[in-house]
Design a protein around this ligand. Sequence first.
Ligand SMILES: N[C@@H](Cc1ccccc1)C(=O)O
Length: 513
Amino acid sequence: MEDFKLHNDEKKLLKIFQEAYDNKNITKLSVEGLAKNELMGSETKVMRTALWLSAEDKKLVNIIENKSKIAKLTEEGKKVVEKGLPERQVANYMIENDLKNIPIKELGNILDKSEVNPALGNLKKKKIAKIEKGNIIIENLQYEDKEENTLNKIKINEENKNSDLNNYNDEEKKLINNLQKRGFIAIEEEVDRAIELTEKGIEFIKNNIIEIKEEISQLTREHIVSGKWKDCHIRPYDAKIPSEEVYPAKLHPMTRIINDVKEVLIGMGFKEVKNPIVETEFWNFDVLFEPQDHPARDMQDTFFLRYPNKGEIPEMVKDIKSIHEKGMVGDKKISKGWRYEFDEEISKKTVLRTHTTVSSIKYLASLTDEEKEKPHKIFSIDRVFRNEAIDYSHLPEFYQCEGIILAEGVHFDNLIGLLKEFLNRLGFEQVRIRPAYFPFTEPSLEAEVFVEGRGWLELLGAGVFRPEVVEPLGINKPVLAWGIGLSRLAMLRWGLTDIRELHKNELNWLKKA
Ligand SMILES: N[C@@H](Cc1ccccc1)C(=O)O
């Protein structure tokens, strides 16, 4: 025997071929025929076994697939073969009742509702009757119908397992096309499979005695107690055998990314916070020291709400007003401010949050004096909204993940170290940092990752919150902040080039992702 181990089923299949070859020099057998052999028993088993035998290391057989189109009668079609086409049923009815004409309305008693219109059309087309003033007037009841002949032919061909569409001439094919539209015939694709010995396969069955010993795949107590184990052949375990692919139920890829990122952050000591989708401009922009005339607030980027168009804002708005207008925290001047007139009415306007930085800043604002003394590490993962046209890289709704560290003595270097660690844990080995600008952080940075075949890609924005952001909240310690787009992350993980793919729920992709 050659240098590979054969599974019992493989031996059985080869044995069938060996007999066919010895008797009639046959090297090719249909899967259907093989399945009927008692050594096999089912088409699935034949196919599975043939797949093993055709694998790279053996190549003893080839699987040959012949695709063909076949014409079959539908359930409706079968009825029509018995009773005639609907127009024939009308004609028969008239013959039986000796009628020369009937009102169209009466068709409802003879035929199914859905068949009335097609029957009328065909009565006219086939010149069986003409229609005048709501009456069907008979012209020729003894007609021959090529469509019915074709239906009969299909029935007979089906009985003889001869349904290939190629058995019909062009005229018949046209008729079949019509009958298919009327729902009496279905065209289906059929795959005819056969297994054929390769040269190597032929050599093999010529030169080997194929011995089939019953095998067991599991040793039981019974085998041991009875001593049967001495005669048992235990099937060796082969992890390389190709098998049917199975797709178990699983979470949506986007949910999986979210869960993975959560796990990484929780592992790094962060705590999750959640916030509502609808925010005031106060929390979405003002507190983050974004001036009220900042272009990002423009209609183009932000979704403003009509109902309710105003929300509540805290007393603290006075402090925010003062930092925006004059750069003052209480009576201490910490910066130039934006030097414009801050409008509390604008602060009250409602928006769909445009970034998760809202969650970070709301958390900081919620701390009591005592809590402010302690270090904090929090993150949030949430949907954010931007009024952008949908294309391969933009959706009006997407996921962001955002986090902060508040602690005495932390600085920019710690932020870089943290982000490198975070991105490493997400599977990106090469990370590089570039300077960037955000209205609420100074200094600010962008982190890029290197992806094989795509180069350096920007993934993350970060920085140290400006004093103008944290000091009005009574926080005098550094706060490191960062935000990352999760859709980008998901696209990289699954090699997508179009963000829309993530939400199409295309089953084939979902199964394999
Ligand atoms: N909020 C920023 C990201 C960011 C978060 C925190 C600090 C710096 C930048 C964005 O949406 O792009």
